[in-house]
Design a protein around this ligand. Structure first.
Ligand code: DC
Length: 226
């Protein structure tokens, strides 16, 4: 491979962005960063420490106390996120966090904090990052930008399957409502709303398999890697 690129993957919640990003990173031997996990970990910290989402000074000082890092987990073959040294990968997927994370992610100071770390992770390129503002704000210079979409009901059913493993009481209605709420919050917020970058390639995976989606994206990546 002649040179390394940055692959930015954006899209609505539960579109399979992380699955695709992980597969591409594994194949290309790139670093994979799930930026949603960063916003989720910050939300978990705020919830645990009763930080009001409109208390600017409390937010600023809380951010000073938050250290995030990723570590590769050989069992799951993916990176887990650590909040101040604690592995919170499972905790941040719970509905308690999911129902509040969009509000936390809409706070400007939180975004500045996360984006600065994400940009630092990409200085050497060779990275696949997924989120909502990667192609528009974090890496507007990314060589490949993907915008992933899928039918809302398909997305809710996929998420339900994942959540059932940790929460047997979860229902399709709860999951669908949470996704709708997050989509609305993420795309209408003032700071860095979710939107498709002008030069992003759209991948609608409603009717294609994970493997087909992977192959399409890998071809696009290889065209750019050269
Ligand atoms: O990808 P996810 O569902 O784990 O993301 C959790 C929340 O974080 C989601 O509601 C939107 C927000 N988010 C964001 O605002 N910007 C990103 N780059 C990644 C996630």
């Amino acid at each position: 491979m002649s040179h390394k690129i940055i692959i930015a993957i954006d899209g609505y919640s539960s579109c399979g962005k992380s699955t695709l990003a992980k597969a591409l990173a594994t194949k290309l031997e790139y670093v994979f960063i799930d930026t949603g996990a960063m916003y989720r970990s910050i939300a978990l910290y705020f919830l645990r420490n009763h930080i009001a989402f409109d208390d600017q000074p409390a937010i600023e000082s809380a951010l000073h106390n938050i250290k995030l890092h990723f570590e590769f987990n050989p069992v799951t073959q993916k990176s887990d996120i650590f909040l101040n040294g604690e592995n919170v990968e499972a905790l941040i997927r719970e509905m308690k966090v999911s129902s509040k994370v969009s509000e936390v992610a809409s706070i400007a100071a939180v975004r500045d904090f996360a984006v600065a770390q994400q940009q630092a992770m990409g200085v050497d390129k060779g990275i696949v990052m997924d989120g909502r503002d990667i192609g528009t704000v974090v890496f507007p210079q990314a060589e490949l930008k993907l915008f992933v979409t899928a039918d809302p009901l398909i997305r809710a059913n996929r998420r339900l399957l994942e959540l059932k493993a940790v929460d047997p009481n979860i229902t399709l209605e709860i999951v669908a409502e949470n996704l709708k709420h997050r989509d609305l919050m993420d795309s209408t917020r003032e700071h860095s709303p979710l939107r498709q970058a002008n030069d992003a390639l759209v991948l609608d995976n409603t009717h294609i398999s994970k493997q087909e989606q992977f192959e399409i994206a890998l071809n696009w990546a290889m065209e750019r890697i050269g």
